[in-house]
Design a protein around this ligand. Structure first.
Ligand SMILES: Nc1nc2c(ncn2[C@@H]2O[C@H](COP(=O)(O)OP(=O)(O)OP(=O)(O)O)[C@@H](O)[C@H]2O)c(=O)[nH]1
Ligand SMILES: [Mg+2]
Length: 297
């Protein structure tokens, strides 16, 4: 048999566990994961390579009804991943009773397209560690009626239960094709991108309500030296009041976020990191088309 390669495009609602699953399938923490919805903003490719296979997983933002331009752009990325898949991987949160029947028009239209497509669809019923076996069975039957031809697996991405079986199912469905990327590549993204995501993850973890959603992390410089990586980063927010919250009393909140980000960066890069982190007000950056076109590549 020849070489197999293809795009496995991961889709689902926010918080379904898409990024956790991609990381579990790759054995690498490429996509950031938090308990908050809309953690992922970009389309992030994670690449698995062995002698005979190249599996290109595509993580994407959770499907929502966009309320502002940034979210519209995020949904454009979802549309993009509907157009170039060799295999679809739909992730459903089994603990959410509405995980497939309810949702905005955008989500329901994606489900509709997946029901009609001739491209193979794999459905991961996720978070079954939080459900009884009976409940999983009932959920599975409901999905089977909606997707008579799909491969359906009950998994826990968090505990890596059935994720190996899911991976084997995906390998079977991949078309014969030469590799798309260099066999050494693990992503289409550079270290700078991962650095900004790791800092954003710490913002999601440390601040509540609108703050994380109003923040963007710009990497101004990223210098790899022999024993240290020096990163100069800026957190953009929309208002002075948000800047004050990010910084906190006597700079305490920013210091905590910065320290956590530095430690996570050191773990990711396997090297000492010097992180300079500043906050800048960029009014309405989430609505600025040309800026978003640069950010959401
Ligand atoms: N109990 C349980 N929790 C899980 C499982 N998979 C993911 N989670 C949790 O669900 C939350 C969301 O996970 P993510 O991987 O960020 O979800 P996502 O679908 O990528 O979310 P967005 O990027 O916001 O669209 C995190 O708190 C995960 O730890 C699972 O199998 N079981
Ligand atoms: Mg995600």
């Amino acid at each position: 048999m020849g070489h197999k390669a293809g795009y496995v495009n991961i889709l689902g609602k926010p918080n379904a566990g898409k990024s956790t699953l991609m990381n579990a399938l790759l054995g690498e923490r490429l996509s950031i994961v938090t308990s908050k919805a809309q953690t992922t903003r970009h389309r992030i490719l994670g690449i698995y390579n062995d002698e005979n296979h190249q599996v290109i997983f595509s993580d994407s933002p959770g499907i929502i009804e966009p309320a502002y331009k940034l979210q519209e752009k995020m949904m454009d990325l979802v549309q993009e991943s509907l157009s170039d898949a060799d295999v679809f991987l739909l992730v459903l949160d089994a603990t959410d009773p509405d995980s497939i029947t309810q949702g905005g028009d955008t989500f329901l239209s994606v489900i509709n397209q997946l029901q009609k497509t001739n491209i193979p669809v794999v459905i991961a019923i996720n978070k079954i560690d939080n459900l009884s076996q009976d409940a999983v069975q009932i959920f599975g039957k409901k999905i089977r009626i909606l997707f008579p031809k799909a491969e359906i697996l009950a998994i826990s991405a968090l505990h890596q239960f059935n994720t190996y079986e899911l991976f084997q199912t995906i390998l079977k469905l991949l078309p014969e094709h030469p590799p798309y990327f260099d066999k050494e590549d693990i992503s289409n993204r550079h270290l700078r991108f991962f650095a900004s995501e790791i800092i954003r993850e710490k913002i999601l973890e440390n601040y509540s309500q609108e703050i994380p959603y109003s923040s963007h992390v710009a990497i101004l410089s990223f210098k790899e030296e022999v024993n240290i990586t020096r990163i100069d980063a800026e957190i953009w927010v929309e208002k002075e009041s948000q800047k004050a919250i990010i910084i906190g009393k006597n700079g305490k909140a920013l210091k905590k976020t910065g320290t956590e980000a530095r430690l996570a960066l050191e773990k990711f890069l396997n090297q000492k990191v010097y992180l300079s982190l500043n906050v800048k007000v960029k009014p309405e950056w989430r609505k600025n088309e040309s800026l978003l076109n640069k950010i959401l590549l």
